[in-house]
Design a protein around this ligand. Structure first.
Ligand code: PMT
Length: 416
């Protein structure tokens, strides 16, 4: 059982913006995980969604007022008892009031008394998000220890588009889960660091409708992107086939299909990356022949599929760095998906792979029997080129990502 599967006290604060209706998805995320959810809307939020909706979804009172239920002293008790506070949507006004320490409603009073992680999910028009006053408030909230998510880019109220859209409720929920598992998982230690991450599986076509592929969902790679962006990194995600994931706000995405396409994208972008993390399940082999039209069943036995070896992208990066095509400082992280066999256990094969690939860090996953591929949780080992081996405890893939990013930060610190 991980930390998110125990019942915790989660406060969902709702600001007065059109995205207030999406707070219902965030509330649902936490109630469905079994948590005790207390919704605190601002007065303005109730112009968009009624109090009854918040009370029905959470099963708790949802007043914006400090003077309701005075004997229970809610303006201090709710914040003091919370394990997590999530503000979605965080409007410009609400963040301004929080940054200056105002306590003129139940939500801002709660923010002053909470000593748990606080996650702001901003939503506002682009001009408001980019205004120096809002930038200063965001910086203040971060300096006070809150996590302020990067908003998504896209359609806003009306016809305008740009940065300022509320991140997807699932993304907000997954970051909240992470903070419940590990309150210090999102330091701003990767500010401005350019990170290239691969995720998902490659598909190697046999004909226009069939392919050789694997069970990777992309969840681990997307979790790395999710955590890295919140730690301040500028993230590009090269994604093969994925399922059950949404693109984290603030992440640039480059879709690919085959290993060859992935190699091309990685090679093109690695020269301007500070860190490359290869979480994708890249096909080692591809069919020699790709039929132009659908292979027909003609009564006879089918032709055998003849395979050829794909380029090893990870090893190629290490070679490129040695040749001076990447900077010496580029940190290269690989993954190893191992089942263990007669020649050795999962960790034995991981150790051999670390040496063969030559990367700085290698995350070893035990796979098969429903493990790692497609799951929400993960566990494994983190091996470093300098010989340390750390067990990564079972937890969400975002938790695993946060531990990997700690190690990346450490390698970068040691190189300076
Ligand atoms: O996507 P999920 O469903 O969340 O599952 C996550 C995961 C299990 C896919 C992930 O945690 C993982 O283990 N990824 C690596 C899977 C893999 O292909 O492992 P490998 O041992 O075959 O490859 C070792 C490393 O070399 C990997 O970093 C891989 O990206 C890289 N590689 C492999 C083959 C190839 N031709 N080029 C490569 O760069």
């Amino acid at each position: 059982m991980n930390a998110t599967s125990t019942r915790r006290r989660v406060v969902v604060g709702v600001g007065g913006g059109i995205a207030a209706y999406k707070a219902c998805g965030v509330i649902r995320h936490f109630t469905e995980s079994g948590h005790d959810v207390r919704v605190i809307p601002t007065r303005a939020a109730l112009n968009f969604v009624g109090q009854a909706t918040f009370e029905a979804l959470s099963g708790n009172p949802a007043t914006p007022e400090v003077f309701d239920d005075v004997p229970d002293v809610p303006h201090v008790r709710v914040g003091q008892g919370a394990d997590l506070v999530v503000i979605a949507p965080a409007t410009a006004d609400l963040m301004a009031r929080a940054a200056t320490g105002r306590a003129d409603d139940l939500l801002t009073a709660t923010l002053l008394t909470a000593r748990c992680p606080v996650l702001f999910a901003p939503a506002m028009h682009t001009e408001m998000w980019e205004h120096p006053a809002t930038r200063a408030n965001v910086a203040t909230l971060r300096a006070h220890g809150s996590i302020v998510m990067t908003p998504a880019s896209g359609r806003l109220t009306g016809t305008d588009t740009g940065p300022g859209r509320l991140p997807e409720p699932d993304e907000i929920g997954l970051l909240g889960d992470l903070l419940l598992e590990r309150p210090d998982a999102l330091p701003r230690d990767l500010e401005g660091v350019r990170i290239l991450i691969t995720a998902g599986g490659t598909r190697e076509p046999l004909d226009p409708v069939r392919y050789l592929g694997n069970r990777s969902s992309g969840k681990q790679g997307f979790a790395l992107a999710r955590a890295a962006v919140q730690r301040g990194a500028s993230v590009t995600l090269i994604a093969g086939s994925v399922s059950g994931v949404s693109v984290p706000a603030g992440v640039e995405i480059a879709p690919v299909v085959t290993a060859a396409e992935m190699e091309q994208e990685v090679t093109r972008r690695a020269a301007v990356a500070d860190v490359v993390i290869m979480a994708a399940a890249v096909a080692d082999f591809r069919p020699v022949v790709r039929a132009e039209s659908k292979i027909k069943k003609n009564g006879a036995d089918p032709d055998p599929i003849v395979l050829t070896t794909n380029p090893d992208i990870l090893h190629g990066l290490v070679t490129a760095r040695a040749a001076g095509d990447l900077t010496d400082e580029t940190v290269i992280v690989g993954f190893a998906a191992e089942t263990g066999d007669a020649d050795g256990g999962v960790l034995d094969h991981g150790r051999i792979k670390l040496v063969r690939k030559g990367c700085d860090l290698l995350v070893v996953n035990a796979v098969g029997d429903g493990r790692a591929f497609g799951t929400d949780d993960n566990t494994g080992w983190l091996l470093t080129a300098t010989g340390t081996e750390t067990a990564l405890p079972m937890g969400s893939k975002t938790l695993m990502a946060s531990r990997i990013l700690d190690a990346v930060s450490e390698v970068r610190r040691d190189r300076r």
